[in-house]
Write a protein that binds this ligand. Structure first.
Ligand code: CIR
Length: 254
């Protein structure tokens, strides 16, 4: 069985962190409706939801992906790269406690889950403004006893590694080559985002479904040309907070 941890959109989402985008008004009501539609897609893809309540003191807390990395054997609670997000980990750790032994990234290490792309036993980790060398080294020490390797990856012009590359099939990645040097993924087949859709590399694969923002129609054509089962959601409000479809859930088997 697959579980998906999600968290309702904070009423303070308007004060979210922004790095590469200008601030635009986020309609909370609309963001919540879109988030419910997203949760519905997770259910249709086979997940049982664990829904955490919104926190008015944590603007970015809907983006639960950044707070933990859930492997089959352990859960790693991160130490997010911005101070305003550090307290988000408490409730996620609590929710994961029944399902995984938890280990922690400690100061001065920082790591955002959005920087960690798992492909089999490889964890590719973005060297970003959010995830530092100490955090990446700690991650390596924590996961190597379970047979995982950690591969640091350099990024340009984007927030997280998974802004630039995500997995869409067993042997296939969706990538924006302007933001990451894709040569590190040479063993995989690569689908490139359409030139006009730089933010289109963030897709959420759940078994044989790819949950994907409806905004990126040209890149979606490329995914469907690969015979992938693409299921779209309107994610436009949280996109204004620099969030994509992977960011809003933590999915793990039990
Ligand atoms: C932030 O800057 O931390 C949030 N506004 C967006 C986080 C998106 N998370 C993700 O890509 N994993």
């Amino acid at each position: 069985m697959l579980f998906a941890i999600t968290r309702d959109v904070s009423p303070a989402i308007g004060n979210c962190e922004l790095t590469h985008m200008a601030r635009e008004t986020i309609d909370l009501h609309r963001a919540r409706l879109q988030h419910r539609q997203y949760e519905q897609r997770l259910k249709e893809a086979g997940c049982q939801l664990i829904q955490l309540t919104a926190d008015p003191d944590l603007p970015d807390s809907v983006f639960v992906e950044d707070t933990a990395i859930v492997l089959d054997e352990i859960g790693i609670i991160t130490r997010p790269g911005v101070e305003s997000r550090r307290a988000e980990t408490d409730s996620v750790a609590q929710a994961l406690t029944p399902y995984r032994r938890l280990v922690y990234i400690r100061a001065p290490g920082t790591l955002d889950g959005g920087d960690v792309l798992r492909v089999g036993n490889s964890l590719y980790v973005g060297r970003s403004a959010r995830s530092n060398t100490d955090g990446i080294d700690q991650l390596r020490r924590l996961v190597s006893p379970n047979g995982y390797s950690v591969v640091p990856v350099d990024l340009r012009d984007c927030l997280h590694l998974k802004s630039a590359v995500t997995q869409v099939a067993e042997d296939m990645l969706l990538v924006n080559r302007h933001w990451v040097d894709a040569r590190v993924f040479s063993s995989m087949r690569l689908v490139e985002v359409h030139e006009s859709e730089p933010f289109a590399a963030n897709a959420l694969r759940i078994v044989d479904t790819v949950i994907y923002p409806d905004a990126f129609i040209r890149t979606r054509d490329r995914l469907e040309a690969q015979d992938l089962n693409v299921c779209t959601v309107d994610a436009s409000e949280l996109a204004k907070a620099e969030g994509g479809v992977t960011c809003c859930s933590l999915i793990f088997p039990v």
